[in-house]
Write a protein that binds this ligand. Structure first.
Ligand SMILES: [Zn+2]
Length: 404
């Protein structure tokens, strides 16, 4: 375990793209806002020095940023004689975005500000029998509640929906999810746009990978695979932090069909999928026969599984072998430089060691280096941050480009 959970230090979720701006003044606004946002400059003279701009130009841009309340000005402590210097700070609560995401058998909602702080949280349990209408109503209620929780002065960037299962990004549809087998082809945009748009949908693993890469760019440079081995089993792939999911559905190795699992039926309608032998949903009954108190929430379960002799169960040994082989095969498709594994199973040291050695034994091809393999500590905060970031960035860019 060498990854960190996001800490409390304010770090902006924004990635501002200067090339989107047509006018020189807008680009200056973006550059100066970025400096203040990143804490590299706190005063007009500092900005002028770093960017080589005249003080009148700096003052004009800072004036615009203050007028749009993207930046706040406070008065610092005086050192010696003279007026105390004005300190410029990015206004973290200027914009907020709502994120709706899946957690266990619930839909959760979080309102996040520009620094990734959670301003409000909501959660609604959804029974596994729920159909499209029930899930749509729950989503709309969450979106409305989060909008109502906006503090005064905050602008709303929209609602991001981070989903597991199969997704059609172009049509904005949630095609299938193993937790809610009666749900099919839910049109998320049609449900949420009238309530709290604009609406953005993404795969949960892409969102997580994007946020982890933004926080630790060195750890996630080049081609990186994120394998989630939890309630479901799935992959995300990113190059330099940019997720590869052209149509939405991608990396569903949990539904690769394996001869060893021939007759077992899967929520996707097929039989013999990897998930039927390796996902938490299929293993939990056997695990609970030995440890009845096991939670189905992945974060709590990770803590519970850490100290158990999981490999004593033949089902877990088999699952570990199957996932290691599937991952090795995926490497022959994507050739990642590194692989990060998240989910409750990787939190068990014996299982992790076994998985590691099986994966290495699967080998790679001559002349191609084994990718680095690292376990990640679970935190849904990454998913929330990664889902919110594009909406927040676009809303900030719109404010920066506003004509004054
Ligand atoms: Zn399946």
């Amino acid at each position: 375990m060498n990854a960190t959970v996001p800490n409390n230090a304010p770090q902006s979720l924004l990635s501002i793209d200067e090339s989107r701006f047509a006018l020189a003044h807008e680009r200056d606004c973006a550059r100066i806002y970025r400096l203040i946002l990143g804490g590299q400059a706190h005063s007009r003279p500092e900005i002028g020095r770093i960017l080589g701009l005249r003080s009148t130009s700096v003052s004009r841009v800072v004036g615009d940023l203050l007028a749009r309340r993207l930046v706040l000005e406070t008065v610092g402590e005086a050192s010696g004689r003279g007026r105390p210097p004005a300190i410029l700070l990015a206004h973290g609560r200027r914009i907020g975005a709502s994120v709706i995401y899946v957690s266990s058998q619930s839909l959760s909602g979080a309102l996040v500000d520009l620094n990734g702080h959670i301003v409000a949280e909501r959660r609604t349990a959804i029974e596994s029998e729920a159909d499209n209408d029930t899930i749509a109503a729950a989503m709309a209620d969450l979106a409305r509640d989060l909008l109502d929780a906006m503090p005064p002065g905050m602008g709303h960037a929209g609602t991001a929906v981070s989903l597991s299962g199969l997704i059609d990004l172009k049509r904005g549809q949630w095609l299938m999810a193993s937790r809610w087998p009666r749900m099919r082809g839910l049109d998320i945009g049609a449900v949420l746009a009238p309530v709290a748009g604009p609406v953005e949908i993404c795969r949960n693993l892409d969102a997580e990978l994007r946020a982890r890469a933004a926080r630790e760019p060195d750890q996630f440079s080049g081609g990186t695979l994120l394998l989630h081995w939890g309630w479901g089993v799935g992959l995300a792939y990113a190059v330099d932090g940019e997720p590869f999911a052209p149509a939405g559905s991608f990396g569903e190795i949990g539904h690769w069909r394996l001869a060893a699992l021939s007759n077992r039926s899967c929520g996707c309608g097929n039989t013999g999928c990897l998930e039927t032998g390796a996902a938490l949903w299929s293993l939990l009954p056997a695990l609970r026969r030995h440890w009845p108190d096991l939670d189905q929430d992945e974060t709590r379960l990770a803590r519970q599984l850490a100290g158990l002799d999981l490999l004593a169960l033949p089902q877990v040994e088999m699952a570990t072998e199957l996932v290691a082989r599937a991952l090795a095969n995926a490497c022959r498709l994507l050739f990642p430089a590194r692989i990060a594994v998240s989910g409750p199973f990787s939190a068990n040291p014996q299982l992790w060691a076994r998985f590691n050695s099986l994966f290495r034994a699967e080998g790679t091809m001559d002349g191609f280096a084994m990718p680095d393999l690292a376990g990640l500590r679970a935190s849904q905060l990454y998913e929330i941050h990664g889902a919110a970031a594009p909406l927040l960035s676009r809303a900030a860019e719109a404010l920066l480009a506003e004509q004054s």
